[in-house]
Design a protein around this ligand. Sequence first.
Ligand code: C5P
Length: 402
Amino acid sequence: MNPLANKHIVLGVTGGIAAYKSAELVRRLREWGAEIKVIMTDGAQQFITPLTFQALSGNTVHKNIFDDEATMAMDHIELARWADLVLIAPTTADRMARMAHGLADDLLGTICLATTATIAIAPAMNRQMWQARATQANAGRLREYGVLILGPGEGVQACGEIGPGRMLEPQDIATRVRGLFVEPLLKGISVLITAGPTREAADPVRFLTNASSGKMGYEIARAAVELGASATLVSGPVALENPVGVHRIAVTSAAEMRDAVMMHLAEKNIFIAAAAVSDYRPTDYTEKKRKKGTASMELSLALNPDILAEVTAIPNHPFAVGFAAETHDLERNAQEKRHRKSLDMIAANHVGGPEIGFESDENALSVYWEGGGAEITKASKWQVAHRLLALVAQRYHEVEDL
Ligand code: C5P
């Protein structure tokens, strides 16, 4: 598979510790057939040598405007014209600021101004630097200019802090780049997604909920937009940023989630229920905070609406995908759920282990549909979302064509 055959990518490498990861990025992009020309800033050369990129890209590395080998100092125009994509990874806060203001005091800066190709950046910096108002303003301005911002990811940083600012993994960047060139799988398709937990109040300050982080549903929404779909996300209470381009509707309880889904179901082609909806809610909500006093207390619960089952009970309902979190008998339980809820597809989570599932950034899924199935092996939730949507798109079109 050579999805990037004949594609020319100018890879700008700026001065961040993540620069070493860009060596792997070059390999990945070349595996898919892209031709790469690397530009390194002075800062980048403090972290990794040009020789590494020269060996991996198979091309001379460009360093500054007045390189000896540059033809009559026209390097920037040549490279700018040659590029189908200018990808800058890692992109420092300083580079974002320069780009946001159109500075052209080095080769990379001139190319960003001189090219008509798409520019994509993969920011990499300390979380405070990423969250700084100036950086966020620069990011907003760059988006307005049409620059694609890939990431950043969250997690442990080179400086030891935890938060947003890590460069995305090379594989993730490569997959996003591929998405820019390959016909989007879900072009013109409208997807409704539920995500996160729900909260079922017992009194004004107490509620029943579960440990769902919402990450899987959010990554599905993000991936759907990246694949050309319009995505509506009905989200329970989570601590996640709204993915760019996604229409998010925030809800709290299962009843609110149900109402929001029913209100937005019209004209949707695909419904993906990734939310961990509370099965029960307290029946006797008290307006006043419950007082402590007795040695024990009983809470009576009523069954919540099954949103997914309600959707599939509607005639001509959208293509319906459900999730099943199972600790054992995965296939049998998932298939049973698929039949019981009349689903077009079910994605079964392997839960129980510490490393995948609710809170984790990674996941693995077994996917089943009528007469078929597929395994999605452990990967970032964003990648898993892409692979799941590839299956959904294929199956959706097969069912539509029947
Ligand atoms: O029955 P169970 O909760 O295991 O089913 C899981 C699937 O059904 C998930 O896709 C979940 O989003 C959906 N669901 C729902 N409404 C409920 C319970 C589950 O939409 N009340």
